[in-house]
Write a protein that binds this ligand. Sequence first.
Ligand code: 5AD
Length: 333
Amino acid sequence: MELGKNKIVRLLSDEANQEELLHLADDVRRTHVGDEVHLRGLIEFSNICRNNCLYCGIRNGNHEVKRYRMAPEELIGMAKKAADIGFKTIVMQSGEDMYYSKNVMCEIIKEVKKLDVAITLSIGERDYEEYQAFKEAGADRYLMRIETTDKDLYHRLDPKMSWQHRYDCLMMIKGLGYELGSGIMVGLPGQSIESIAEDLLFLKEIGVDMAGIGPFIPHPQTPLANETGGTLNLALRTMAVMRLLLPDINIPATTAMESLHPEGRIMALQGGANVVMPNMTEGEYRKLYELYPGKVAVNDSPACCRSEIARKIISIGRTIGTGCGQSKSFAAK
Ligand code: 5AD
C-alpha cells in the first residue's frame, strides 16, 4: 500500500480507530501471506555482550546479571531438541559475544544445518568475512534491528555505537543473500511518532523480509529504569502499518508485546503478524537472558512453550506453518 509519512503519522496517532486499523492489517495479512503462523525455535545462547546500550538488560555495564555462555555442544543439543519438537527454523540469538569467533560459529551452524532446518542468526554486528562465512556454512537468515532511524537518538542510546555501521552491516547481510530481518522499538525516550513513521518507511526502503516491532520496556538495572516505556497499543498500530506497507513480509508477534499483556502475541497475530518465536532456551539461562523485565514463561519448558502457543493459534482459527516459512517477499526475489 502506498502510504506517505503524513498518513502514517495519522494512523499511528489515531487511537480511536485502532481496531479498524488492526482489522485492515489482518485482512492484508490473510490475502498476502495466508493463515499459516510460522513458528521459530529461539535459543538465547549467551548473554555476554560487548555493547552498552542504555535500554538493554544485558548491557555490558550491568554488573548485576549473572553471565552465561553455552558451549557449542550444548547449543547444538538444544537446537536438536527444538528440531525434534517440530521446529523448521532455529533462531540463534546472543549478545555480541566474541567468544563465538568465525570458526566457532561456522562449526555450530554446520552441525545445526544437519537437522534440516532453516537457520536464523541474531548475533549483532560482525565483519563482512564473518557474515559471508556464516552464510556459506548454512545460515539462511539474519536478524538485526536498526532499533531507530533517528540517528541522534540512536547515538544517545549508545554513545559508542555507530548508526551508520549498523546500517552498513544490514546492507552487507542483504548483499550476501540472507533473508533480512530488522525492526525497531517503539516508545523509546525522546522518540516521536514522526520518527516511528520514518522508521517504517526506512524498513520498506531497504526491503526487509521480516520486521520485528516491540515496545520499549524499561529495565530496572539500566540507566533508563525510570523512563516511561512504550505502550502495547502503539506497538500494535506500528506493526499494523508495517503490514500495510509491506504486505508480503514476515512479521512476528513479539515477546515484548506479551510482556505487556498476557494475550499480547495473540492480539498481534490478529493485527498483521504471522510469525511467533517460542523460547526454546532451557533451564536457568532463560531468566538470565533478560533484555527487559516481565519476559513471559521464564519457568516453562521448551515443549510446553510450543504447545501452549500452538493451542492459542489454533483457537483463533489459524494454522501452524508446515514448511520452513520463508518470507514471500524473499521468495519473489
Ligand atoms: N525493551 C524492549 N526491547 C528491548 N530490546 C533490548 N532491550 C529492550 C528493552 N528494554 C530489543 C532490541 C534488540 C532485541 C533483541 O531486543 O530491539 O534488538
